[in-house]
Design a protein around this ligand. Structure first.
Ligand code: NI
Length: 398
């Protein structure tokens, strides 16, 4: 079926003043993971104003809206995350955060405004030819372990009517403004964390032979873990094992009883994730046993890898090429080793996670930094991207 090129961009531009206002209000009052109550209230007020039916919950700040619930055709969900970060904003934006220690330093304000922009565009310029569109506003993406996607799914985010496809996006300062990045297969990593407590026998540092020295054992574990990356996993399958914290001892001439290590493990495939955890446990136990030391291993799984469905991604890329111009739809060369709980939806429903370019020459600022200020021209591209992606998935599957 032929479709009008460039259909979403003008529709979204017509609602740009509202998108800007929502984005500024959300940006000014960021809230940390699981505490997004005022953010939820702002989303609910916007949906009420637009006349979009939605569900909210007393025990959880997520919001689930649906446009065209009674229509036929595949149901496509578009998702925005809602939380800010514990960062004190250092931009000179007129709408910068009112609160020290809280900032939308990851662009989730832009993500929310884009989903609201699609909603507003559909209410102002109705598209009865489209099937149902689910709006998912999800808290706690930055939380890292349970996150907000799982609770949103448990609260019915993918049901009633049942969602067939899911689309999300994240601002990306490494990608030029106006461009959208895509990738088939793994886009982002699984992020697991560990804590190890190595127990040796403390004593005078002049008599190290009297017991396993927890400092030496811990040091050997730090270096030994790197061989899990280099000698257990296929070299073309990226893995990161990083020790980010190591604590033990109080002074130069006393050997401590205990040394504690904490770190993160990043993998791109479910099988590699299992393989690395097994090898990690084996290696740590073997090194400790070799010294006659004891070790407690706490290994906690965080978000799974974000795996984009091939068919859904290709359909979306074709739709975006028509909407934005093929030159603006670029393949992301390598997966990112950061994690994202959008992966929880992709475990259940095919779909794709996109990167929204916000990079402007001469304005380098990274995600999570106190000076991060994505260009607001990305609002139009971001909303048009979500709209065109949803439409492509519906059209490709009728
Ligand atoms: Ni983020």
């Amino acid at each position: 079926m032929a479709r009008v090129p460039d259909a979403w961009t003008p529709a979204v531009r017509r609602v740009l003043p509202a998108m800007r206002a929502w984005r500024m209000a959300l940006h000014q009052e960021p809230e940390l993971s699981t505490h997004e109550d005022r953010t939820r209230d702002k989303i609910v007020a916007a949906l009420d104003e637009l006349g979009i039916p939605h569900r909210e919950f007393s025990d959880f700040p997520g919001v689930i809206g649906t446009i065209g619930a009674d229509r036929s055709g595949p149901v496509v969900a578009i998702r925005a995350d809602m939380d800010g970060l514990p960062v004190t904003e250092e931009t000179d934006l007129p709408f910068r955060s009112k609160f020290p220690g809280r900032m939308h330093a990851c662009g989730h304000d832009v993500h929310m405004a884009c989903v609201l922009g699609v909603a507003a565009a559909l209410m102002r310029s109705p598209r009865p030819d489209l099937g149902p569109i689910r709006l998912l506003f999800q808290p706690a993406e930055e939380e890292g372990t349970r996150g907000g996607a799982l609770p949103l799914i448990e609260h019915g985010g993918l049901e009633g009517p049942k969602v067939d496809y899911v689309v999300g996006q994240h601002v990306d300062p490494s990608l030029p403004l106006g461009k959208v990045g895509w990738r088939v297969g793994p886009l982002m990593a699984a992020a697991d964390k560990f804590r190890l407590v190595v127990r040796g026998r403390g004593g005078h540092a002049a008599s190290p032979h009297q017991g396993p020295d927890a400092v030496v054992v811990a040091s050997e574990i730090v270096t030994g873990l790197q061989t899990v990356v280099s000698r257990v996993v296929n070299p073309v399958d990226p893995v990161v094992v990083s020790v980010g914290s190591i604590h033990g001892g109080t002074r130069n001439n006393i050997l401590p009883d205990e040394v504690e290590l904490e770190g993160t493990v990043r993998t791109l495939h479910a099988e590699t994730r299992d393989q690395v955890e097994r090898a990690f446990r084996r290696k740590v136990r073997a090194i400790a046993a070799g010294w006659g030391a004891r070790v407690r291993i706490e290994y906690e799984r965080g978000y799974p890898p974000t795996i984009n469905d091939a068919g859904a991604t290709r359909a979306v890329v074709d739709g975006l090429a028509i909407e934005l111009g093929r030159e603006n739809v670029v393949e992301v060369a390598h997966p990112l080793m950061g994690a994202e709980d959008f992966s929880r939806y992709l475990e259940r429903v095919p779909g794709t996670f996109l990167r929204l370019g916000v990079g402007v020459p001469g304005r380098p600022a990274s995600l999570h930094s106190a000076t991060f200020a994505p260009d607001e021209r990305a609002l139009v591209v971001g909303a048009a991207t979500l709209g065109a992606a949803a439409e492509a998935l519906q059209r490709g599957n009728r």
